[in-house]
Design a protein around this ligand. Structure first.
Ligand SMILES: Cc1ncc(COP(=O)(O)O)c(C=O)c1O
Length: 381
């Protein structure tokens, strides 16, 4: 294992948690109660008006054809299946991501082929991708890590040259776009996580897929419903999944989609304040490349001495977290998962990031407190 972690001092009182979803859900309490009442009133708990409205709104706001499902992990499995992935096929994934990106591939008996990320955005390197293509490669899964989109124009070009399906892992990218085009609409499939802790989230796990045609959306929707016929529920056309989103979560997500632009703006405002304040410190601040809107799911600061900074922040009541401390090939799980790794030291940059609280629910005073605490660590003042 290349990296080791030191646990922060857990006895310190956390006043600024690493993630803000507890605050968000509490603030939406009334709305959630109203949605829950509306669902109880209709007596329809899946595939009802709330899900229909969510799918319509996602398609309208981001583009493509949307299918609601239970998580991003499930969305990735459905997209891989719809792309025709078979056991033994190879699927290219980046080294720096949540394990689900590769687990979805391995779960289908396909082989995750793990490649380097770029040092700037920590997203899939198109050159490393092309170097890993073989005649068994079926698909590629670029991950929009921390909310900054991968280089989709270059990735799409490589994919087109080799006939690969492109499945965007947009778990961290609701609100992100490139050249005005939303994350999830660049590939053949865009898989979103709406887990409660993401930029928008239901009350627990939730997700969605954007795809390019109504026919593909219909195929995916059928896969979410055990492969069933829409009109005849005891007729199963294909081996499907139990992957339908509940109506309450669908209603909450539609309400949050209306708030997402202002939340994304607030995340960006906080990120700009951090980046300006840390300009003179020996740290690497996250880049926002030209043409991109960064969703800032995470504000990931590159720094030496992560353990000491984490402890220092914990003592100031601030919870900060490494995302992700381990590259995929360094995860113990991959000792038993058939995979191929082309990962070099280039991707190590991704493990040295400490994520500061940067969610919309932070008050300006809390942002000031985080800034002051980071500056104090480096300057002693
Ligand atoms: C990059 C990435 N991919 C996939 C997932 C899986 O999402 P879910 O928890 O909705 O299954 C996550 C969730 O953290 C993620 O961050």
């Amino acid at each position: 294992m290349r990296v080791s972690t030191t646990l922060p001092d857990r006895t310190a009182v956390v006043t600024i948690p690493a993630e803000g979803h507890g605050r968000r859900v509490a603030a939406l309490r009334e709305t959630i109660h109203q949605i829950t009442d509306a669902v109880i009133d209709t007596g329809k708990f899946h595939y009802g008006p709330q899900t229909e409205r969510l799918e319509d709104t996602l398609s309208h706001v981001w583009g493509g054809h949307a299918v609601a499902t239970t998580s991003c992990t499930q969305a990735l499995v459905l997209a891989l299946e719809a792309a025709g992935t078979r056991p033994g096929d190879e699927v290219i994934v980046p080294a720096a991501t949540f394990a689900a990106t590769a687990f979805a591939v391995a779960g289908l008996g396909a082989v995750p082929v793990i490649v380097d990320v770029t040092e700037s955005t920590l997203t899939l390197c198109p050159k490393a991708m092309e170097a890993a293509v073989t005649d068994r490669t079926r698909a590629v899964i670029p991950v929009h890590l921390h909310g900054h989109m991968a280089d989709m124009p270059a990735i799409n070009q490589v994919a087109a040259r080799h006939g690969l399906a492109v499945i965007e892992d947009c778990a961290q990218a609701p609100g992100a776009s490139l050249q005005g085009r939303a994350a999830g609409t660049w590939g053949d499939f865009g898989c979103f996580s709406f887990w409660v802790g993401k930029n928008i989230g239901g009350l627990d796990d939730a997700g969605a897929i954007l795809t390019t045609t109504p026919e593909r959306a219909g195929q995916l929707r059928q896969l979410t419903d055990m492969g069933r016929d829409r009109g005849e529920r005891h007729l199963h056309h294909v081996r499907g999944h139990r992957a339908r989103l509940g109506e309450v979560n669908a209603g909450i997500l539609t309400a949050e989609l209306g708030l997402l632009p202002s939340w994304t703006e607030r995340r960006n405002t906080i990120a700009r304040r951090y980046t300006a304040a840390f300009a003179e410190l020996p740290v690497e601040t996250p880049v926002v490349q030209d043409g991109h809107v960064h969703a800032f799911y995470k504000y990931a600061l590159g720094c030496e001495d992560i353990a000491a900074l984490t402890d220092h922040l914990a003592n100031a009541g601030i919870e900060a977290e490494r995302v992700y401390p381990y590259l995929l090939p360094d995860q113990p799980a991959f000792e038993k998962i058939a995979h191929r790794s082309h990962v070099t030291e280039r991707s190590d940059a991704a493990t040295g990031r400490l994520c500061l609280p940067a969610y919309p629910e932070l008050t300006d005073a809390e942002v000031d407190h985080v800034i002051a605490a980071v500056i104090a660590f480096y300057t002693g003042s």
